[in-house]
Every structure is written in C-alpha cells, then in structure tokens.
Design a protein around this ligand. Structure first.
Ligand code: TMP
Ligand code: ASP
Length: 236
C-alpha cells in the first residue's frame, strides 16, 4: 500500500489516496481547534493518541458487527480506511446534558437525560455546523430516508456498545459525534472516535478526560487523552 495523492486537510486530520482506489490513508495531526477554528493550538502527541484510540473503538465496534471504514493501523499516526463519500451531517448522541445542549436548553451540565438524545448538524464550518432536522436533510438532499434510518440505528447501537465498555474502564460516556459515508451501496461509520469527538468523564470524580479541557482552557489535555488510552489498553 503506497501513500498517494493528498486529498483533503481537515482541522485534525489529513486524507490521502492510496494505490488502491477503495482505500484512503488518514493521518492524525497534533492540531487542536475549537469554536470552528477560532481557538488553535498544537498538542504534542495528540494525533498519535487519537489514531490509537480511534483504532481501539473501531476494532471493538467491528467485532460487535458495526460496519466502519477502519481497515488497519499502518503507523503511529496513520490508519488505512475504506474510501467514503462523506454525508455532510454530523450525528450527535447524548446520554448526559453538557456543552451546547446545556446552553441551548438550560439543562444543567451533568443532568442524566431520560432518553438518549440524537441531534443532527450540517457539516459546514462557515455556518458553524448549524443544527438541522430530517426535513432539512431531505429538502437539502443530504441523505435519503433509508440512509438516515440506517444511520440512526447504527448511532444508537454504537452508544449501546460503548457505554458499558467505557463504564467498565471507569469512564462515563456523556456524548459523542459520529460521521457516516457511502462506500459502494453501503453506509459505513467514518471519521474518528476519540476524546476530540466524545465527552468522557471519570466515573467517580467526574473529571473531564476529553477536548473540553482544551475548549475550556483547563490544561492537562494530552495527559487526559493518555489516561483514557491507559485505561482502554490496561483494562482497569
Ligand atoms: P456540543 O455539546 O458542543 O454540541 O458537542 C457535542 C459532542 O460533539 C461532544 O462530544 C463534542 C463533539 N463535537 C465534535 O466532535 N465536533 C464539533 O465540532 C463539536 C462542536 C462537537
Ligand atoms: N472541531 C470544532 C472546531 O474546530 C469544534 C469543537 O470540537 O469544539 O472548531
């Protein structure tokens, strides 16, 4: 497998073609951004940690029958994935109120939701990823109803699998964001699953072990990511 033409640079990752048209190479950068890129920094080793953490989550999900774009890890910062045509809808799953939900609805952070909440936003930084609903998705032709039914089913299944897995490691899965894409006639889970895209709280102290430490200038960002990896690898 050869690293081919550079395709796309996101805020935390770069994507390259390979000599196989079905496969892309994802390179995880150390760059951290928040508030649509307004706040920026480079956090040494973040890319290495997110590459490893995403691989662990994708492997676990694949083992449980969730189809993801993940193929294999090829280096410290790189994973091979199936090529996807990304659906520009971010899918957010929430178990506990935090972040923008707390702000928007006035629900104090930490409140356990009576039912899992699914939200969708348009993947568009210039517009600040505005929240949208099914009507917008179909009116804007972002995805088909059958595709959304599959996406929602998989998003809830990912939650069902990750909540108990993380609970065993002393981590509460507060919320997370997923992205999906088309590969042939399949919809696959894409992007990454990492402390950049999830809220992880220590189950006993409620300490934040995710990107909120960066968003809120709390310090100890990489140390928190490393702690998550230690727990997942060490099997606390
Ligand atoms: P929010 O509360 O800020 O809307 O975030 C909800 C979840 O989505 C949280 O786990 C962090 C994640 N997220 C991303 O992955 N990318 C983003 O651009 C934003 C705003 C949130
Ligand atoms: N990823 C988004 C940004 O870079 C926001 C976030 O994760 O808070 O701006």
């Amino acid at each position: 497998m050869k690293k081919g033409e550079f395709l796309y640079e996101g805020k935390a990752k770069k994507i390259y073609r390979t000599d196989d048209p079905e496969l892309y190479l994802v390179e995880f950068k150390d760059d951290a951004t928040a508030f649509d890129g307004v706040k920026k920094d480079s956090l040494a080793d973040k890319g290495i940690l997110n590459n490893r953490l995403s691989a662990i989550f994708f492997e676990l999900l694949e083992e449980k029958g969730v189809e993801t774009h993940y193929e294999k890890t090829v280096s410290e910062r790189e994973m091979l994935v199936k090529s996807l045509e990304i659906i520009p809808v971010e899918v957010i799953v929430r178990n506990i109120a935090a972040g923008s939900l707390s702000k928007r609805l006035g629900i104090p952070e930490g409140t356990v939701m009576k039912k899992t909440v699914l939200e969708f936003s348009l993947k568009d930084d210039e517009l600040h990823d505005p929240m949208i609903n099914h009507y917008h998705i179909y009116a804007m032709d972002l995805a088909e109803p059958e595709e959304m039914a599959e996406i929602e089913k998989v998003a809830l299944r990912v939650n069902e699998l990750l909540v108990p897995y993380l609970r065993d490691k002393g981590i509460t899965l507060v919320d997370f964001k997923l992205e999906f894409g088309r590969h042939g006639d399949k919809i696959l889970l894409g992007d990454e699953i990492s402390p950049d895209t999830c809220r992880f709280w220590d189950s006993s102290s409620q300490e934040k072990l995710d990107k909120d430490r960066f968003r809120r200038d709390m310090g100890g960002v990489v140390e928190a990511y490393r702690e998550v990896l230690r727990r997942l690898e060490g099997g606390e």
